[in-house]
Design a binder for this molecule. Structure first.
Ligand SMILES: NC(=O)c1ccc[n+]([C@@H]2O[C@H](COP(=O)([O-])OP(=O)(O)OC[C@H]3O[C@@H](n4cnc5c(N)ncnc54)[C@H](OP(=O)(O)O)[C@@H]3O)[C@@H](O)[C@H]2O)c1
Length: 294
């Protein structure tokens, strides 16, 4: 599960889903039946998909091109975190800004599902990483290779100016759009600020777009980019999921899983993620998977 499951339920997005709906942004399961002409998957295949809605169901109907095969060798709870949280980090790092070894980056929201994916993939890419999180999560950030900054008690602009006087190459922001101005302040000329966190209302989207355009036009040598999986072609997502499955199989990434809950305890799992106390991911498991793991 992910923040967008919560956002869909609370309705804090510019265009929230209309009631009634079933939440569930990502799924991993087994093909139960196929329609005519579908040559991509067969009954019994283990597949995953980015559904945006509907993932908390027993059965879901999807077209074949939206499914990716998942190797049976990998743990389903770990694999499902790659479908959203890791693919966001992977695509921002390797498709959108194309980081190179030695780049210096700041990750805002570093302790979350997407943030910890950024840290693991950033470490693999040999980046120097600063990560913003609450103090209680700093040892986890350090273990993942980041230099932690406590945004409650420290001004991250001061911290970065002192430790990186030339500025950073990239800032990756999964939190509010109010980080845009200060995020740009810590970038070097030629640096890029990437916003992947969604604005929480239509008004905030408009205000963000206005700022976004203003900063894009400002001749300060710094770039502003936005990222959202809903804007990415399925073929590119599939290529990157396959690459991420390989990294997981090879042990090069290891999703941080803070909790696994049976599907019938989805409310408890949502509450835990919503509390903001989680480090990494929370996964909901179907009864079949729970039976296998006991
Ligand atoms: N564009 C896309 O396609 C896409 C896809 C997936 C997710 N997202 C977005 O990415 C964001 C992060 O998702 P996630 O799944 O990683 O969330 P998450 O697992 O809930 O983690 C977010 C973490 O950020 C920290 N945080 C909260 N307020 C903060 C603040 N003001 N400044 C800095 N850190 C703060 C919290 O930890 P501490 O405060 O305790 O450190 C929280 O645990 C969400 O907005 C989500 O909607 C976008």
């Amino acid at each position: 599960m992910c923040q967008d499951d919560i956002a869909a339920r609370i309705g804090n997005r510019p265009t929230p889903p209309r009631l009634p709906f079933v939440p569930g942004y990502t799924i991993l399961g087994v093909v139960d039946a196929i329609g005519e002409g579908n040559i991509k998957v067969a009954v019994g295949d283990r597949v995953a998909a980015l559904t945006a809605l509907g993932g908390y169901s027993e059965y879901i109907y999807l077209s074949g091109e939206r499914l990716v095969h998942v190797p049976v060798t990998i743990d389903p709870a770990e694999a499902v975190t790659l479908i959203l949280n890791y693919v966001v980090a992977y695509q921002v790092l390797h498709r959108l800004v194309q980081v190179k070894a030695g780049d210096r980056v700041l990750i805002i929201g570093a302790s979350g599902g997407v943030g910890t994916a950024f840290l693991q993939l950033g470490k693999l890419a040999n980046l120097t990483m600063y990560g913003m999180a609450s103090k209680s999560k700093h040892s986890a950030l350090t273990k993942l290779g980041a230099i932690p900054i406590d945004y409650h008690t420290q001004d991250f602009v001061d911290v970065i100016h002192r430790s990186e006087p030339d500025g950073l190459d990239f800032v990756f922001n999964g939190m509010g759009e109010d980080y845009l101005r200060r995020g740009l302040a810590v970038l070097m000329r030629g640096g890029t600020f990437v916003q992947y966190g969604a604005p929480q209302s239509f008004l905030r989207l408009i205000s963000f777009l206005a700022q976004f355009i203003m900063f894009k036009l400002l001749p300060n040598g710094k770039a502003v980019e936005g990222y959202g999986t809903h804007r990415v072609d399925y073929r590119l997502l599939t290529e990157d999921w396959i690459e991420l499955f390989k990294l997981l199989e090879e042990g090069k990434i290891k999703p941080v899983i803070a909790g696994k809950f049976p599907m019938l305890e989805a409310a408890k799992a949502n509450e835990m993620l919503e509390s903001g106390k989680v480090i990494g991911n929370i996964v909901l498991l179907a009864p079949e998977i729970l039976l296998k793991s006991t």
